[in-house]
Design a protein around this ligand. Structure first.
Ligand code: ATP
Ligand code: TZP
Ligand code: MG
Ligand code: MG
Length: 271
């Protein structure tokens, strides 16, 4: 994969202004909408069972997030997911907190079974629990359990038959055959709630304009990580509050040139 392709994909998002339909959690809704706008996408949140399918079919991509799940939103997610599948619209899934409670784990597995998910994105523990491995998770945070994220992404992609993005200090993207690691990012991202959820929606925006989901995901991850690096540099003496605001600024300011300069990713041999 060439850096130029990643920067062209960012350019395309900004030109196309894809409509991203999010059925997401109550913690991150506003941050997600603002982050997508800063990127140059067009967010819409539509949770009602009565309209979820109609909204999904006019979107460029659908993002499902079980962060504050309940039986109604889960029903809406499945209706929207099926409508997206019928219209060949990519579905991106964030299994927030899978492994923390039986309801979350079983719901994540049910969504994977009933909806043809294009990309699943989570921390290591969430992805492991979706594929039936019992990694420890602390609520919605990955916690200290450290398995091998590279192996996890590859085996999960093979089992789930979709692109898997596992995030952490280093991010991994795999379709089960081809695998990339992305080093961009900053630890302060873990001190702002919703940075994983917004990332999943950003992956949705990129998937809405680029059909090759490995390319779109690597482009989204490097763009997002570079925005965080710039924001952390500008707010170095300050705390997570200032970082959060500057991060939104940088999501709109990161240029295609900066993607070419700073994207840091590797293709894994044999992966
Ligand atoms: P968790 O709740 O465990 O934090 P999450 O769903 O919020 O999970 P993260 O894994 O934190 O998602 O990923 C969100 C973003 O933060 C990604 O871009 C990832 O690369 C980045 N990130 C997470 N941890 C680090 C770290 N230690 N160093 C650099 N970047 C990180
Ligand atoms: N509780 C339920 S959803 C949520 C919290 C704190 C937000 C999680 O956001 P992220 O992006 O996984 O850190
Ligand atoms: Mg986080
Ligand atoms: Mg998360």
């Amino acid at each position: 994969m060439e850096k130029i392709k990643l920067s062209e994909t960012l350019q395309k998002v900004r030109e196309v202004n894809p409509l991203v339909h999010n059925i997401t959690n109550v913690v991150v809704t506003n941050f997600t909408a603002n982050g997508l706008l800063a990127l140059g996408a067009s967010p819409v949140m539509a949770n009602a069972v009565e309209e979820a399918a109609d909204m999904a079919q006019i979107a460029s991509s659908l993002v499902l997030n079980i962060g504050t799940l309940n039986s109604q939103t889960v029903e809406a997610m499945i209706l929207a997911g099926k409508a997206a599948n019928e219209h060949d619209i990519p579905v991106i899934f964030d299994p927030v907190g899978a492994g923390a409670t039986r309801y979350r784990t079983e719901t994540a597995q049910k969504i994977m079974k009933e909806v043809n998910v294009s990309v699943i994105r989570g921390n290591g523990a969430e992805i492991a629990n979706v594929v039936g491995e019992d990694w420890e998770i602390k609520g919605v945070d990955a916690g200290d359990a450290k398995g091998n994220l590279l192996d996890l992404a590859i085996t999960a992609a093979q089992k789930l038959n979709c692109v898997v993005v596992v995030t952490g200090k280093e991010d991994v993207v795999s379709d089960g055959e081809t695998t990339y690691t992305i080093a961009n990012g900053h630890p302060i991202l873990t001190k702002v709630t919703g940075t994983g959820c917004l990332l999943t929606s950003v992956i949705g925006a990129f998937a809405g304009v680029e059909k090759d989901l490995l390319t779109s995901s690597v482009a989204a991850l490097s763009y997002y990580g570079i925005a965080a690096e710039q924001a952390a540099r500008k707010t170095a003496e300050l705390g997570p509050g200032s970082f959060q605001i500057e991060f939104l600024n940088q999501l709109s300011l990161v240029s295609t040139e900066e993607i070419k300069l700073y994207a840091s990713f590797k293709k894994i041999n044999g992966g």
